[in-house]
Write a protein that binds this ligand. Structure first.
Ligand SMILES: Nc1ncnc2c1ncn2[C@@H]1O[C@H](COP(=O)(O)OP(=O)(O)OP(=O)(O)O)[C@@H](O)[C@H]1O
Ligand SMILES: [Mg+2]
Length: 286
């Protein structure tokens, strides 16, 4: 029987599949990672000394762990994520995934950005399908796409185009596309940054559901302290020391409690105050 992706929101049961949603989760290790960017100004063809963005970043992320990176704008969060994905190379140190160094764009990772970056002429199902490995068989691919759309609660909109859905739905499509090839590491760069506050909270809950169904390793960059506390096992605070160039890890904080966490708990309030202070934000302004 040919398989078609039909809008059917009434059926929430997942189709039987050969493979679980994801069974891959890799350790990610940053070992003494640094990144300097050469200045664009050149004197007589020779580069002027580089601008050091991050330095001495060493961090080990366990398979299946969710780690959030917090830090001021421009401190190098996206740079670290891009290095982990193999979209950029470190000037010093190395990133290892599952024990082997990242060299070039790494197929073990999937990345989702602040903007969904969907192809406007493709349906949501077609966009999710773009994340599948090229060698996927047609029938397997249709099943996988249906399963992922179900996971992000978009089955009824499979045949819609991106312009016909909301920003949150587009972002859910982007998340499904990132999960399509069963990544061992999911890299999220402010994935909910462009959404309104309510949609953002819903997306955070959805990400927790997704992680429960597909417990891959997640590295999440965010500006939002509460988002980090809600989603992460550990929060890494990046920052610079006064008078020194290059952001380093200032603090790594474990977040207590099972997810979903009580946003109003006293324990989280204390961590929130610590993180806000670390970001240089006076608690009276909040
Ligand atoms: N390709 C590049 N060439 C030169 N400089 C770069 C390049 N990419 C990033 N930078 C510089 O590195 C610094 C860190 O950038 P990055 O995008 O990692 O910051 P960020 O912490 O993600 O900031 P934001 O929170 O605003 O997204 C910035 O000063 C930026 O200008
Ligand atoms: Mg960034």
């Amino acid at each position: 029987m040919p398989l078609a992706i039909v809008p059917d929101d009434s059926s929430r049961s997942r189709p039987p599949t050969q493979a679980p949603l994801t069974n891959t989760k890799y350790e990610v290790e940053f070992v003494a990672v640094g990144r300097a960017f050469a200045s664009e100004r050149r004197r007589h063809g020779a580069p002027v000394s580089g601008h050091l963005v991050v330095r001495d970043i060493s961090l080990s992320i366990a398979p299946g762990e969710v780690v959030a990176i917090l830090g001021a704008s421009g401190c190098g969060k996206s740079t670290l994520l891009r290095i982990a994905a193999g979209l950029d190379s470190p000037s010093a140190g190395v990133v290892r995934i599952d024990g082997s160094p990242v060299a070039g764009v790494d197929a073990r990772c999937a990345v989702a950005f602040q903007e969904p970056r969907l192809l406007p002429w493709r349906t949501l199902a077609g966009n999710v399908g773009l994340g599948l490995p090229r060698e996927s068989r047609r029938q397997d691919a249709a099943l996988r796409v249906a399963e992922l759309l179900d996971l992000v609660e978009l089955t009824a909109f499979a045949n819609h185009r991106p312009r016909e859905v909301s920003g949150g739905m587009a972002q859910r499509t982007s998340l499904a596309r990132a999960l399509a090839r069963n990544p061992g590491v999911l890299l999220l760069d402010e994935p909910f940054g462009s959404l309104d506050a309510l949609t953002r909270l819903k997306m955070q809950d959805l990400l927790l559901d997704v992680h429960a169904a597909a417990p891959t390793t997640v590295l999440l960059v965010t500006h939002d302290v509460d988002e980090a506390l809600q989603l992460a096992d550990r929060v890494v605070l990046l920052g610079t020391e006064p008078g020194r160039e290059g952001a380093t890890i200032r603090e790594v904080l474990g977040v207590p409690g099972q997810r979903p966490r009580d946003r109003g708990s006293a324990e989280l309030a204390e961590l929130r105050a610590t993180l806000l202070a670390g970001l240089g934000i006076d608690r009276h302004t909040h």
